[in-house]
Write a protein that binds this ligand. Structure first.
Ligand code: ZN
Ligand code: MN
Length: 467
């Protein structure tokens, strides 16, 4: 049986969080009553004219730069025609043969080394409205009684990113998406939340004999709204295709929906030929020509890429911890917190995240003091202090002063001193006067101003007195 290699490319849509829509001044964003954020422009009334949103253009250029793309000096808006109720004008304003950003590369470190994923293009377009299917199962069109259209989303700026078919596993696709999402969030241009639909990804999937150069027939996977579902959908489709080829069949070019509840793939449509959208340059819009100074200013604002940061942290922390910190946006706190590197990384990645604390609100120096004291104070006291690490006036010192001393190496000499100072009581205890234990505990407490952890002191005393 041949050994098969997955070949995966992604097509991602990111909704920009500009204050207003792409070609009109309607407010953009969620939460408003349906069809209250509309105007003649985004409803496609005849005679209205679109005016591009400058912030959306700048943000797309910035994202393109973060993806290592070349920025076009002269890009065009095209009309992409199709007919559907969510598209009031009968065409979507998009970009076609001259996109704003093209030919990028994006670094995705993995446990077995680095991968560079090619970016074919990143272009700017407008989102369609939202169809709401009523009366069917799970909001799907199948079985629905009727469909409503909410035009609030129509005309929201959208960046479409297309990768080369460079991804070689479901895991790698997931890792790419997580780092892409982190990049977008750090640029401050979108919330990029899959559950809310502000980040949407479709996957093109094929398989080929390992080591081969050919590209076999691919299928398209849609309807996956989490990183985990995307990985599982790709895995399921790869397995299906391998079975088709291995049993002497042929993979057919089709679009599938992945159903995470059942792990099933269902055919949405069979593509018999390429769709013809009759693209034409939009005569209502002038070309987009970002000035070179603007591009350079934006380039300077792009933070260090997540992939580069993982690679930088990996030698200290190993791949998994480095990736975890960067992919969750916690690496900046890690870097500004002094102390033993693994201890700091573990606290930032596990305990602080578990406490639900915004890493950007935490003072690194204060956290460093807490991490340093971690083994000297009782766990409960440490966690209590950690729970307040995001408070605006958090001072580690205050919590440490209040915390009991639980460190055996700190308490042992004190216990020894107390026993040496009271030889008669020690002898009496050994003869059976067990009630004296409380006396010794009291002496240790006195010497530590009451900060000793009672449980640890009791254990130490019992151990020493039974010897
Ligand atoms: Zn509008
Ligand atoms: Mn698109």
């Amino acid at each position: 049986m041949a050994e098969w290699e997955p070949v995966v490319g992604l097509e991602i849509h990111v909704q920009l969080k500009t204050r207003t829509k792409m070609f009109c001044r309607c407010e953009s964003g969620f939460g408003a009553e349906p069809n209250t954020r509309t105007c003649p422009v985004c409803l496609g009334h005849p005679g209205t004219l679109p005016v591009p949103n400058a912030a959306a253009v700048e943000w797309t250029v910035k994202l393109g730069l973060a993806l290592g793309c070349e920025i076009a000096g002269h890009a065009l808006f095209h009309r992409k025609h199709y007919s559907y109720p969510d598209l009031a004008k009968g065409y979507q304003i998009s970009q076609y043969d001259v996109p704003l950003c093209a030919n990028g590369r994006f670094l995705v470190p993995g446990p077995d080394g680095d991968r560079e994923i090619g970016i074919v293009r990143a272009h700017l377009e407008e989102d369609a409205a939202k169809n709401v299917h009523v009366g069917g199962a799970g909001g799907r069109i199948g079985g629905a009684a009727h469909t409503l259209v909410d035009y609030n989303r129509g005309g929201t700026p959208l960046v479409e990113i297309v990768t080369q078919p460079d991804l070689r596993s479901a895991d790698e696709a997931k890792r790419f998406l997580q780092l892409l999402r982190q990049t977008i969030v750090e640029l401050g241009i979108s919330d990029a939340e899959m559950e809310k639909g502000t980040l949407r990804a479709d996957a093109n999937v094929s398989v080929r004999p390992r080591g081969a150069d050919e590209l076999r027939t691919r299928t398209e996977l849609k309807n996956m709204n989490s990183f985990t579902y995307i990985a599982r959908g790709i895995e399921a489709e790869v397995a299906r295709q391998i079975e088709v080829w291995d049993s002497g069949g042929k993979v057919v070019q089709q679009t599938y929906d992945y159903h995470p509840e059942t792990d099933a793939l269902t055919v949405r449509r069979t593509k018999e030929e390429a769709e013809d959208y009759r693209y034409l340059p939009d005569p209502d819009l002038v070309p987009v020509e970002p000035p070179a100074e603007l591009v350079e200013r934006l380039r300077a604002e792009v933070p260090e890429a997540p992939g580069a940061r993982i690679r930088r942290l990996e030698p200290q922390l190993g791949f998994e911890l480095a990736e975890g910190l960067v992919a969750s946006g916690r690496d900046r706190l890690y870097e500004r917190t002094p102390g033993e590197r693994r201890a700091v990384a573990n606290v930032v990645m596990n305990q602080l995240a578990g406490a639900g604390i915004d890493p950007d609100a935490v003072d690194g120096d204060e956290l460093g003091q807490l991490v340093e004291a971690r083994d000297r104070i009782p766990r409960a006291a440490f966690l209590e202090a950690l729970a307040h690490a995001g408070d605006p006036d958090f001072r580690a010192e205050r919590y440490l002063a209040e915390a009991a001393v639980a460190d055996v190496s700190e308490l042992e000499p004190i216990v020894d001193d107390v026993l040496a100072a009271h030889p008669d009581e020690a002898a009496a205890y050994r003869r059976g006067k067990q009630g004296l234990l409380g006396f010794f505990v009291g002496q240790v407490m006195k010497r530590t101003q009451g900060k000793a952890d009672a449980k640890v002191v009791n254990e130490l005393l019992r151990e020493k007195l039974s010897a």
